[in-house]
Ligand binder design. Structure first.
Ligand code: AMP
Ligand code: TRP
Length: 311
């Protein structure tokens, strides 16, 4: 079985764009691999410096993935900060790569352009991600398009190490969610927390209702395209055709139909999520952390021997 690893940034409440674009496809595939899900808390630390918020986000991201259907018995779920080998391997890689190599990273330049402080950690972000991937002899890394370059970095860093010290790391491959639905937000632009146009995934019924009722509609057409474009990601065209035909000119009725269809998907997941306690999440992470640590430690023993620090 091929090994799959992906990292989740604990970055706060999910919206239905995250669900349809990233979580749902993951739930549809992870059982075909030996899957590892890592909570990238040290990556999050490059942008989130509020300990109360970070702690809450870490608990929530695990709860969210389990609530949408990831079975912690089938996937190894752990926290990056619980496995020291990630930061240790980052240091070793840092001694092999150059500043100019990292200066080519798009994500760093994007964050810089958004006014995020240029810390050394932000600059080194791709190297920590390479360590995450390479430590576990990962074959496949499912990510969104924005992370493609980071997986390329992981391959290049593996190559540099292998050339310097002999064959040690496996070459990982990114698996880009090509047909990833680009879920539009309530204003028709891509749904994003930074645009304030989201429909919350685990909001209350009333919050979802409020967001959908706020979808911007223009009065030129017979059916509201901003409503339909979200709706068609939940139901087939043939299922929707009679609904929109019956609701012609009545935008409110179409919105109500959308609310009902979102609720049908989200309702059961919301209930499951509410049943997962902090103690449940901590138990999952404790178990996963132990397993990940054992695997990573084995790999590090080989690495330490190869570089010559193990005397
Ligand atoms: P973000 O926290 O915004 O980086 O989103 C995490 C992941 O959710 C991204 O890598 C995307 O795969 C997915 N995602 C976010 N927003 C959308 C959207 N509007 N439509 C589809 N997928 C999305
Ligand atoms: N950088 C990734 C993101 O922002 C998260 C991440 C950290 C990751 N380590 C990883 C993804 C390893 C895949 C593999 O989405």
């Amino acid at each position: 079985m091929q090994r799959l690893l992906t990292g989740l940034q604990p970055s706060g409440a999910l919206h239905i764009g995250n669900y349809l674009g990233a979580l749902k496809p993951f739930v549809g595939m992870y059982e075909e691999y030996e899957s590892i899900l890592m909570v990238a808390d040290y990556h999050a630390l490059t942008t989130l410096k509020d300990p109360v918020q970070l702690r809450q986000n870490i608990l929530d991201v695990v709860r969210d993935y389990v609530a949408v259907g990831v079975d912690p018995k089938k996937a190894l779920i752990f926290q990056q900060s619980e496995v020291q080998a990630h930061t240790e391997l980052t240091w070793i890689f840092n001694t092999l790569i150059t500043m100019s190599f990292l200066e080519l990273a798009h994500a760093y330049k994007d964050k810089e352009a958004r006014g995020i402080e240029r810390t050394v950690g932000l600059f080194d972000y791709p190297v920590l991600m390479a360590a995450d991937i390479l430590l576990y002899d990962t074959d496949v890394v499912p990510v969104g398009q924005d992370q493609k370059q980071h997986v390329e970095y992981a391959r290049e860093i593996a190559g540099k190490f292998n050339t310097a010290y002999g064959e040690t790391f496996k070459m990982p491959k990114e698996q880009i969610r090509k047909d990833e639905a680009s879920v539009p937000g309530t204003d028709g632009k891509k749904m994003s927390k930074s645009y304030g146009n989201t429909i919350p995934l685990f909001g209350t019924y009333e919050e979802i209702q409020k967001a959908v009722m706020g979808i911007i509609t223009d009065s030129s057409g017979e059916s509201p395209s901003n409503v339909y474009n979200i709706h068609r990601l939940l139901k087939s065209e043939s299922e929707l055709a009679p609904v929109y035909k019956a609701n012609k000119g009545n935008y409110k009725a179409s919105k109500e139909a959308l609310i009902a269809d979102i609720e049908a998907v989200v309702g059961p997941m919301r209930e499951k999520r509410a049943s997962i306690t902090d103690a449940d999440v901590k138990a999952i992470l404790k178990d996963g952390g132990g397993k990940a640590r054992a695997r990573a430690e084995k790999k590090m023993l080989d690495v330490r021997k190869k570089i010559g620090v193990k005397i």
